[in-house]
Design a protein around this ligand. Structure first.
Ligand SMILES: Cc1ncc(COP(=O)(O)O)c(C=O)c1O
Length: 417
C-alpha cells in the first residue's frame, strides 16, 4: 500500500532523462538547467542535447519548502576560530547556551573505550532509557530518545501534522518550532507573549477555540528570556483540546521539578528534555521525550531506526553515572547566573531580565544598537546572541559561562561606548 515497485529490465536503459517540455509540464525552474549525470555513469546512454528540456532540480522540491527560510544555526569553535582569527581557547562562547564545564570524566572514558562503533546502535536505546527511568522516576515505556530534542520536535510534527494543519507558537521563544512547522507544511499561529514574557493565556484559549490548532509548543524555562510556566497556567492549557508539547531543555537550572511524570496523567502532554545543557553533550546530540503510551507507539513506528548513535548513547549513560558532577556543575552555573545578572545590571546600556535558565536576556538601551554590540564583542572574541527578527532586534542574550567568561565579557563591555 502506498508503495509501487518498478522492476527494471537490466538489458534496457534504466537511466532516463525526462523529456518534458517546461511549458507542458509546468515544471520550469528558475536557476539552473537540468544536466545529465557525469559522462562516466551514462556512457551507454543516449546522447541528450542540452536544450532538450530546461527542467531544473528545484522543480522537484515540494512547493512549501521552496519558500522556507533556512534556520540560523550557531557556529562551532572550529568555524568561529577561522572567522575570528583566534584560537578556540581565546574565544568566549556565550551565544548558544552550551555548558562550558563539559561532561563528567566518565563520558570521556566511555567514549575512549567504545567497543562496537562498527555495529549499528540499539534502535530502542534500551540502556539509556533504563538509566533515564532511574534518573527521572518515570518508567522507560514512556520514554523515547532522539538525536537531540530537536529531532523529537520534528518527529512529533511528522506524526501529528497533516500539511495545512495549524500549530500554536508563543514568540519570542525557541525558533525551531516555527522552523520545523515550516518543514512539515504546517501553518503557524502566533500568540505573542506579554511584555513580561509571560504567556497570554486568555488569547491562547480564544485562538484554540477559533483556529483549532492541533498542538501548542510551550517552553519552560523559555528561551530566550528564561521565564517559567507555573502549574496553574499549564493546567489551564492542558484542559484545552490541544496537544501540549512542553519543552524543558533548561529545567535543571530552574530549581523546579520537571513535569516529565505528568505524561502518565495527561493524554495530551509531551515533555521534552535534553543532555545538551545539563550534561554538556550538545555536540553528541542526545535528547529524550516523555509521552503518553497512546502517543509513543506511533513515534516508535515513524522514527529513524538508528537515531541515537552508539557514541551518543554511551556518553549519555556515562554522564548519568555521575550525578554529583552534574549537580555541582548546575550549582556553579546557577551561582554564576546570579553574579552575571548583578554585573549586567550595572552596565548603563543593558537591562537584563531575571532568568531561571543558563542565559540572560538583555534589552539594549540608551541608543546602543544591539546588533552592533554583538559585532563589537565578537571582534574582541566574545560571542553573544543577537536576533534578526523584529520583536527581538533590540535585545541580546548572554549564556552563563564560567566566572572567567563573565569577567572577560565585563572587561570587553567596559571598553565599548
Ligand atoms: C528550548 C530549547 N529546546 C530544545 C533545544 C535543542 O536541544 P537539543 O540540543 O537536545 O537538540 C534548545 C537548544 O538550544 C532549546 O533552546
Amino acid at each position: 500500500m502506498g508503495v509501487t515497485d518498478f522492476f527494471c529490465n537490466t538489458s534496457s536503459l534504466c537511466l532516463h532523462r525526462p523529456k518534458l517540455s517546461p511549458d507542458c509540464c509546468g515544471l520550469r525552474g528558475s536557476r539552473t538547467t537540468f544536466m545529465p549525470p557525469p559522462a562516466a555513469s551514462t556512457s551507454s546512454s543516449v546522447p541528450v542535447k542540452e536544450d532538450d528540456c530546461s527542467l531544473t532540480g528545484d522543480s522537484f522540491i515540494r512547493p512549501h519548502l521552496r519558500k522556507l527560510s533556512p534556520y540560523q544555526p550557531i557556529l562551532p569553535f572550529e568555524v568561529l576560530s577561522t572567522r575570528l582569527g583566534r584560537k578556540p581557547e581565546d574565544i568566549v562562547k556565550l551565544d548558544a547556551n552550551e555548558n562550558p564545564y563539559g561532561p563528567p570524566p566518565e563520558v570521556f572514558e566511555a567514549l575512549g573505550s567504545m567497543r562496537f562503533p562498527y555495529i549499528y546502535p540499539d534502535p530502542e536505546s534500551r540502556r539509556l532509557r533504563a538509566a533515564l527511568a532511574e534518573d527521572s522516576g518515570l518508567e522507560s515505556d514512556y520514554i523515547l530518545a532522539g538525536c537531540g530534542a530537536d529531532e523529537l520536535i520534528d518527529l512529533i510534527m511528522r506524526c501529528v501534522l497533516e500539511p495545512g494543519d495549524k500549530i500554536l507558537d508563543c514568540p519570542p521563544t525557541f525558533t525551531m518550532y516555527e522552523f520545523d512547522a515550516g518543514v512539515n507544511g504546517a501553518v503557524v499561529i502566533k500568540v505573542p507573549r506579554k511584555s513580561d514574557f509571560s504567556l497570554d493565556v486568555k488569547r491562547i484559549i480564544e485562538v484554540v477555540e477559533q483556529e483549532k490548532p492541533k498542538c501548542i509548543f510551550l517552553t519552560s524555562p523559555n528561551n530566550p528570556d528564561g521565564s517559567i510556566i507555573n502549574d496553574d497556567t499549564l493546567l489551564e492549557i492542558l484542559n484545552l483540546p490541544i496537544l501540549v508539547v512542553l519543552d524543558e531543555a533548561y529545567i535543571e537550572f530552574s530549581g523546579l521539578e520537571s513535569r516529565l511524570r505528568w505524561v502518565k496523567k495527561f493524554e495530551n502532554l509531551i515533555v521534552l528534555r535534553t543532555f545538551s545543557k545539563r550534561a554538556a553533550l550538545a555536540g553528541l546530540r542526545v535528547g529524550y521525550g516523555a509521552f503518553p503510551l497512546s502517543i509513543i507507539e506511533y513515534l516508535w513506528r515513524a522514527k529513524q531506526p538508528y537515531n541515537v548513535s552508539v557514541a551518543a548513547e554511551l556518553a549519555a549513560c556515562a554522564a548519568l553515572q555521575n550525578p554529583d558532577y552534574l549537580e555541582n556543575v548546575k550549582v556553579a552555573l546557577v551561582q554564576e547566573r546570579e553574579r552575571l545578572f548583578k554585573l549586567l545590571k550595572e552596565v548603563p546600556f543593558l537591562n537584563p531580565y531575571p532568568s531561571y535558565s543558563n542565559f540572560i536576556l538583555c534589552e539594549v538601551t540608551s541608543g546602543v544598537d544591539a546588533k552592533k554590540l554583538k559585532e563589537d564583542l565578537a571582534k574582541k572574541g566574545v560571542m553573544i546572541r543577537h536576533y534578526s527578527n523584529k520583536e527581538l532586534a533590540g535585545y541580546v542574550r548572554v549564556s552563563v559561562g564560567k566566572p572567567e567568561h563573565t569577567d572577560a565579557l565585563m572587561e570587553s563591555l567596559k571598553t565599548l561606548y
